[in-house]
Design a binder for this molecule. Structure first.
Ligand code: 5GP
Ligand code: MN
Length: 324
């Protein structure tokens, strides 16, 4: 086992701050994915089981897809109810302060703000930081942290952490899936995770309206083979027509990126705010975090995102320019 030897690399100061805290908060990035949500719930459920006051939240819009309904959200509070002045708040899976959205100010009222994240682009925005780009998921780091703290990881907490790991590893398929990741998954299963139910809820279920959205988005996909790019757009009208929510469209990029001819995939999603949310995926040769950075976004080498105030044509011109 490498430096990731069962939590040996967890900074001692972070362990000590959390052990000494009476009240613990955890905040994730806006539009939380399985890793952000699993990390803040895993940490706070374990904190509560260890006798702490514990609160989790994420910035507005404070909505979640029903796919996450199986998670124990009893520590989750709306951003407006997240207490000020907590002993410790941990920002999980959040690459930059701005990604906290509307909870950034409140999170900073904590006596200690700790950043735990696996995004290489994270420049740090807390009093203490633990940033490990080698980690497959922030939830993997939270697991190590909890083991060091000796806080109980019961079935609800284990289910939350498992959710972070299974989503950020693409169901254990990405190169980040080390033997250690499987060891942790085994421990979480031993703690009672029903992985069959988790997988069914996460990956085998969508509202019927999603079929129409998939049809529209896949139908308008464009292949630009000369630059190895495949891309498409999700319009706000697609969601209205299908009667589904933006939160239900996280899996679309996994369909758009399938084209064999493309090394990079891009999905632009029109938000009702008029802004465009871009998702980028790479097969490995091209660093899409660098492309996202051109827009002020970020992420990982193979998966990154950004928000853009402009048109679809303008956004695609920038992506094309970066690729050629
Ligand atoms: P997704 O495309 O699934 O929304 O995000 C892919 C990856 O890029 C995730 O690791 C996510 O945290 C990151 N990401 C997505 N949008 C942004 C953004 O606007 N800014 C930054 N810094 N990272 C983002
Ligand atoms: Mn993550």
């Amino acid at each position: 086992m490498t430096a990731h030897g069962w939590g040996l690399d967890v900074p001692n100061e972070i362990v000590h701050e959390l052990a000494a805290a009476t009240s613990v908060g955890a905040v994730g990035h806006v539009g939380p994915d399985g890793d952000a949500l699993g990390s803040i719930l895993g940490l706070t459920l374990a904190a509560r089981a260890a006798g702490k006051q514990a609160y989790a939240t994420f910035g507005e819009p404070f909505t979640l897809t029903e796919n996450f309904d199986y998670l124990d959200r009893s520590t989750l509070v709306a951003p407006g109810e997240f207490p000020e002045g907590l002993d410790v708040v941990v920002a999980c899976d959040t690459a930059a302060r701005s990604r906290l959205g509307s909870v950034a100010d409140r999170a900073e009222t904590a006596k200690r703000l700790i950043v735990v994240d696996h995004h290489r682009s994270n420049g740090g925005f807390g009093d203490l930081e633990w940033i490990d780009p080698e980690a497959a998921a922030t939830a993997q780091m939270i697991f190590h942290l909890l083991r060091r703290l000796e806080w109980p990881i019961d079935r609800p907490a284990a289910t939350a952490l498992y959710t972070g790991i299974i989503t950020d590893t693409g169901r254990f398929q990405y190169s980040s899936t080390t033997p250690e990741v499987h060891h942790i998954a085994a421990e979480l299963l031993a703690a009672g995770v029903r992985q069959d139910l988790v997988a069914e809820k996460l990956f085998e279920e969508a509202p019927f309206g999603y079929y129409r959205v998939v049809s529209n988005v896949m139908g308008r996909a464009v292949l630009e083979a000369e630059i190895g790019l495949v891309w498409s757009v999700l319009y706000h009208a697609d969601l209205e027509e299908a009667g589904i929510r933006y939160e239900d469209t996280d899996g679309l990029i996994d369909l758009v990126r399938i084209a064999r001819e493309a090394g990079v995939a891009c999905l632009l999603k029109e938000r009702d705010s008029g802004l465009i949310k871009g998702s980028l995926r790479s097969r490995g040769r091209i660093d899409v975090a660098a492309i996202a950075a051109i827009f002020g976004g970020g992420g990982h080498h193979n998966a990154a995102g950004f928000t853009f105030a402009g048109t679809v044509d303008e956004a695609m011109a920038k992506v094309r320019a970066a690729l050629s």
